[in-house]
Write a protein that binds this ligand. Structure first.
Ligand code: NAI
Length: 294
């Protein structure tokens, strides 16, 4: 299988990184997965292998494709082992200082033509690239959760991004079976900007006592036709991820009142009531299945 990028690294093996690693390996790239927590990489490789096994059982992947995918996807013990990667996709914690530090390290590791992409939900691609020797090779590559099922990716050019980098990322997205959408480097890009109306406003409706969250979810899912209600979506994403995104977009729009984050989300994030990943969010989860409202 010929792909735009033969050797790809994914840094961050959480919910997003593992999904990106999976579809990149399925597309035929050799993929190295790195995380500061090696246990996260082990778990990701196990989960992806399990998913491929299930696809094989259902007849949606051949045994050869599963075997080849497993052979192409490996753990990286250290960032220094990523030196021959043509593309690095970053999917680590949503903090500008941490992402900038990682990109500076990556720049000293990879070759001059390698592309550095960030899966950030809300941070400025331009700011992540600022201070690097080659900011023209940095772009946003914003996937959605769960990556193998959500087949759209926002491709975001920062102020200095070479348009050819975005074109190559868009081509690679198609090879992975995804539809690329070009977005401007603005807070939240397209989906997380529009999503303020869905998440932040739903939290406001609860805090104003208009309705409880389960009712809002039911109405928006069953009557308005959304796949997930806003609170189901917050639980899926995890408040440790989505609350900082809400804060970041609010700050970047100079404290625009429409985007003001909710104290309800802040309290729950601080209390570790994050969603599916802690088995308790707006709903409880038993063996991954959503239960009655908490
Ligand atoms: P997560 O918390 O599931 O995974 C993050 C992983 O990064 C963890 O395994 C952590 O150990 C690792 N990590 C943290 N700092 C690191 C570093 N310096 N070097 C290497 N690994 C490091 O987070 P998730 O949900 O996968 O999000 C990752 C990124 O993707 C964030 O920027 C987030 O905003 C973005 N995103 C998240 C979506 C979601 O629905 N969860 C959707 C789209 C984008």
């Amino acid at each position: 299988m010929q792909t735009t990028y033969e050797t790809v690294a994914v840094v961050g093996a959480g919910a997003m990184g593992r999904g990106i690693a999976q579809i990149a390996a399925q597309a035929g790239s050799k993929v190295r997965l790195y995380d500061t927590q090696s246990a996260a990489v082990d778990k990701a490789l196990q989960d992806i292998g399990g998913q491929w096994d299930r696809l094989q059982e259902k007849g949606r992947m051949t045994p050869e494709a599963v075997q080849a995918g497993k052979a192409r996807l490996v753990a990286a013990a250290d960032l220094s082992t990523l030196s021959d990667c043509q593309l690095v996709v970053e999917a680590i914690v949503e903090r500008l200082d941490v992402k900038k530090e990682l990109f500076a390290r990556l720049e000293s590791v990879v070759g001059p033509d390698a592309v550095l992409a960030t899966n950030t939900s809300s941070l400025s691609v331009t700011a992540i690239a600022a201070g690097l020797k080659r900011p023209q090779r940095v772009a946003g590559y914003h996937f959605f959760n769960p990556v193998p099922l959500m087949k759209v990716v926002e491709v975001v050019a920062g102020l200095k991004t070479d348009p050819a980098v975005c074109e190559a990322l868009a081509a690679y997205a198609r090879e992975m079976g995804h539809t690329p959408v070009q977005a401007q480097d603005t807070p939240g890009f397209i989906v997380n900007h529009a999503g303020r109306g869905y998440g932040t406003e739903a939290l406001r409706i609860v805090s104003e006592g208009v309705a409880d969250f389960a009712t809002i979810d039911r109405i928006l899912r069953d009557q308005a036709g959304f796949k997930l209600g806003p609170f189901e979506l917050l639980d899926l994403t995890g408040l440790d991820v989505s609350h900082p995104v809400m804060e970041s977009i609010y700050r970047q729009y100079y404290d625009e009142p429409r985007y003001r984050p909710s104290a309800i989300a802040a309290q729950r994030a601080a209390g570790g009531v994050l969603g599916r990943k802690t088995a308790e969010g707006f709903y409880r989860y038993v063996e991954g299945k959503q239960q009655v409202p908490v």
